[in-house]
Design a protein around this ligand. Structure first.
Ligand SMILES: *[C@@H]1O[C@H](CO)[C@@H](O)[C@H](O)[C@H]1NC(C)=O
Ligand SMILES: *[C@@H]1O[C@H](CO)[C@@H](O)[C@H](O)[C@H]1NC(C)=O
Length: 346
């Protein structure tokens, strides 16, 4: 009898151990989003290609972002999503990510592409914030290789944002005769501060901005319209990698993650987009993580860039005022919770 009890106890402990170790890899459950249909006038609408990363950490943010895009699009069925997942994720993990995506959006035209994390592992220099050092954060540099040649243009979106306008307006950005990249530019930000003194002191580095179309300005890489044909022709992936190698092997020329290489290669040659398409910084700053307010002017896209994320602050019961705008797009399934918030966006 005692032996049986001991065996049962052992079996129970083994089950508990195995369920807690699989719980670590488990993803939360998500609710199904409403289906969004094309309105009248969508016949012949161009396919809008949107690329986002897909990983466990930002999954909740990605799904909210997708819902926001669909909710505000006049032709939601004309949008093709390209999710980029790290090749370092084991197959089981990837299957779970796909399942979460399918649970939330069963009919979404979506492709999951693998990003070879080894491409950047040796190139990542540690930054002020560990989340910025994840290889998947660098996947945007490789979109021209990851996406099929049949995709001529892509809209890259971070996983901590909401689109609250018809994304077709952003997609239709005219890139002019030669720009490979369009994004809102912020010329009031002090550009000097994105690079170290070592960078500015070194003429071979700092002269990189000498021949740009305009004065270089900061832009946020969380929202970019990219002409993939021009990108490939211009060899921009190699140019970005060049600066990552400089940072890693020659001199510490910047402190942030994947942003400075983009500034080095594109600042001054970016096709400027209205600021309404990236109201960034809502996550707060990288050090104190304080609440931020919107920049003045109209809003088409809210971006919780920075340290704080709305889902974490909401869960912790300490949301910033603007996090209330994110909550209705949260597809996380809560036991016993009503779906009335979601009904508000449907
Ligand atoms: C930008 O920052 C640099 C370095 O701190 C400073 O020397 C410069 O005066 C600043 N420029 C403006 C316009 O504030
Ligand atoms: C800028 O353009 C001039 C004239 O075309 C060229 O001589 C110079 O090497 C260029 N500088 C850089 C840093 O590309």
């Amino acid at each position: 009898m005692r032996l049986l009890a001991a065996l049962l106890l052992f079996a129970a402990a083994a089950v508990a151990a195995s369920s807690s170790s699989s719980a670590a890899a488990e993803l939360p459950e998500f609710r199904e989003a409403p289906a969004f249909r094309n309105g009248a006038g969508c016949a012949g609408a161009p396919t809008i290609h949107i690329a986002m990363t897909l990983d466990g950490t930002y999954l909740r943010g990605s799904l909210a972002g997708v819902l926001s895009v669909l909710r505000h699009a006049a032709c939601p069925e004309s949008i093709a999503f390209h999710f980029v997942a790290s090749s370092a994720s084991p197959a089981r993990r990837l299957a779970r990510l796909r399942a979460a995506l399918a649970a939330a959006f069963p009919t979404l035209p979506a492709t999951v592409h693998r990003f070879d994390a080894r491409l950047v592992r040796g190139k990542i220099s540690s930054s002020v914030r560990r989340a910025l050092d994840q290889p998947l954060n660098y996947a945007r540099i490789y979109l021209a290789d990851i996406l099929p040649r049949s995709v001529p243009r892509v809209l890259y979106l971070d996983s901590d944002l909401l689109v609250v306008d018809d994304v077709a307006r952003l997609w239709a950005t005219d890139l002019g005769p030669q720009a490979a990249l369009a994004a809102p530019e912020y010329c009031n930000a002090n550009f000097t501060l994105y690079f170290t003194d070592a960078f500015w002191r070194h003429p071979a580095y700092s002269s990189v901005f000498a021949n740009r179309t305009r004065a270089p300005c900061y832009f946020n890489t969380g929202v970019m319209v990219i002409d993939l044909d021009r990108w490939r022709a211009g060899g921009y992936t190699a140019k970005l990698e060049y600066w990552m190698d400089v940072q890693k092997q020659e001199a510490r020329i910047y402190e942030l993650g994947s942003l400075p290489p983009f500034l080095l290669v594109f600042a001054g040659d970016v096709k400027a987009v209205q600021h309404r398409w990236n109201q960034h910084g809502l996550g707060g700053d990288n050090v104190a993580g304080q609440c931020r307010e919107l920049h003045p002017g109209p809003v088409s896209l809210l971006h919780w860039s920075g340290k704080g994320k709305p889902w974490l602050r909401l869960d912790a019961g300490r949301p910033c005022p603007l996090d209330a705008l994110w909550a209705p797009y949260d597809l996380l399934r809560r036991r016993g919770a009503r779906d009335d918030l979601l009904a508000a966006v449907a």
